[in-house]
Design a protein around this ligand. Structure first.
Ligand code: SAM
Length: 195
């Protein structure tokens, strides 16, 4: 999808897209590296957009991601064009447990997220993260990026606190400067089941 069409989608649905440009190759590579997925593991992507992370995952192992979840039909179509072999489910990451059950798949080992959590209100952050937590293996890992300014923004700080309550261990990558805007990755291990 050309940059102009991405921007148009972002302007039509600012709270859903939560970005002004697709992630760079550097940021996609950092997410895939931090996911540290092994052959045979169940890897799922959420918020695939135009597919930069889908492409990087598939380049690492053609079995990755097993499927991607994308809320906007036009973005789902863009992911399919970027990586034609990957199944893209149109819907919300909050419904991951149902998407797994429909496919007879077990809990997810690695979730690679492009979701704009730091742009969301509290209720939506919790709703989507609860769906993710309920779909993860006990030793599973979530990797999700956020823009470097997010620790300065109340919703960004709230999201970090939510992650820290929801996982046994949360670490961060260094800032990836080669991205518009610069970003870093939260690496979250050991989901704690939603109360
Ligand atoms: C910041 S963009 C990132 C897109 C792509 N991963 C990238 O890095 O360029 C966020 C994407 O998440 C999608 N999205 C937003 N809410 C979602 C939800 N609840 N479930 C699945 N996808 C969602 C948006 O439509 C958008 O494509």
């Amino acid at each position: 999808m050309p940059l102009g069409r991405f921007l148009a989608a972002a302007l039509r649905h600012p709270a859903i897209v939560g970005a002004i440009a697709p992630s760079s190759r550097c940021l996609a590579a950092e997410l895939v590296r931090r996911a540290d997925a092994r052959p045979g593991q169940l890897v799922v992507e959420v918020g695939s957009g135009t597919g930069p992370m889908t492409r990087a995952l598939a380049a690492a192992d053609p079995a990755f991601p097993r499927f991607a979840v994308e809320a906007l039909p036009e973005m789902a179509a863009a992911t399919r064009r970027a990586v034609p072999g990957v199944e893209v489910v149109e819907g919300s990451a909050a419904d991951l447990p149902r998407f797994l059950a429909e496919r007879g798949l077990g809990p997810i080992d690695r979730i690679v997220s492009g979701l704009p959590f730091a742009a969301w209100p509290d209720g939506l952050q919790r709703e989507v993260l609860d769906g993710i937590l309920a779909a993860m293996a006990a030793d599973g890992r979530l990797v999700t990026f956020t823009y470097a300014i997010s620790p300065l923004v109340p919703a960004g700080r709230r999201f970090r606190r939510l992650l820290e309550r929801s996982f046994a261990r949360v670490t961060t990558s260094p800032t990836v400067w080669a991205n518009l805007p610069p970003a870093f990755v939260y690496v979250c291990d050991g989901p704690i089941a939603p109360q």
